[in-house]
Design a protein around this ligand. Structure first.
Ligand SMILES: Nc1ncnc2c1ncn2[C@@H]1O[C@H](COP(=O)(O)OP(=O)(O)OP(=O)(O)O)[C@@H](O)[C@H]1O
Ligand SMILES: [Mg+2]
Length: 239
């Protein structure tokens, strides 16, 4: 079998906030075409890791994106090179319209604007219907869709998504994970941070379990689902 290209490789990555060690010498890899889950409880360091990749939080260690070290690059540069972050809490620009939010998503890549917009509207027809609506008046699920759509407007090579299930009803969570699986089938590579381990592992090929800044387990989703410790702590013994 052909070895998949490595998209992201993280080595010995640490993030500190004053005396707080949010991430301790983490190692992680994401290959082309994979969905990789980053699982961990509240405060485990998931968001810190995603922010470190974009240099929103300054890390120590090594981050290779498509083989190039990006650790000292600016956030703008990193985003322009093809990594997007869909932040936790479906953050949108609430006083702007749906369309204006999507336009902002294309800030670093305006070349294929029409093509990318068409793609986003195909995934999320509701965003086309509501394109002139003020984004803050959308439902929580629609805001999460807009947040994902905005990320897609940059035509990313790697999508990082932080807690897509946060604060959403189970039916909407199921829809969002379905969309992530569809995006992956279309060829998008995804790094998914989630507290909802069961949902994340159902969607992902592989996963890493983070506990107070350290990776304590990693493996294929099947291995993690069958792992006694992961089942007890993260999966409630329910799968
Ligand atoms: N700006 C900050 N200043 C100080 N400490 C921070 C800051 N951001 C995060 N932390 C601390 O770093 C640790 C990791 O937090 P982080 O937000 O990365 O975790 P998380 O896994 O994303 O949690 P959650 O599931 O609640 O989103 C926590 O102890 C948190 O309190
Ligand atoms: Mg977080």
């Amino acid at each position: 079998m052909k070895k998949k290209n490595n998209i992201l490789k993280i080595e010995n990555l640490s993030v500190t906030y004053g005396p707080i060690k949010a991430l301790r010498k983490a190692n992680l890899e994401v290959n082309e075409g994979e969905v990789v889950a980053l699982i961990g409880a509240n405060g485990a360091g998931k968001t810190s890791l995603l922010k470190a990749i974009l240099n929103i939080e300054k890390p120590n260690g090594k981050i290779l994106f498509l083989g190039k070290d990006i650790i000292s690059k600016s956030t703008d540069n990193i985003v322009a090179s093809g990594i997007c972050l869909i932040p936790e809490g479906h953050v949108i620009f609430s006083s702007m319209t749906v369309f204006e939010n999507l336009q902002l998503g294309a800030y670093h890549n305006s070349y294929d604007f029409d093509k990318n917009l068409e793609k986003v509207f195909a995934y999320f027809p509701i965003l086309q219907e509501r394109s002139s609506q003020i984004a803050g008046t959308l439902s929580g699920g629609e805001q999460q869709m807009l947040s994902i759509g905005r990320g897609l407007m940059s035509n990313p090579k790697l999508i990082m998504i932080d807690e897509p299930s946060l604060g959403l009803a189970p039916k909407i969570v199921a829809d969002i994970f379905e969309i992530l699986s569809e995006l992956n089938e279309e060829g998008y590579t995804i790094l998914l941070a989630e507290q909802n381990a069961k949902k994340a592992l159902e969607c992902a090929h592989r996963g890493y379990v983070l506990e107070t800044g350290r990776f304590i387990l990693q493996g294929t989703s099947r291995e993690l689902m069958n792992n006694q410790k992961a089942r007890r702590v993260y999966l409630g013994g329910s799968v």
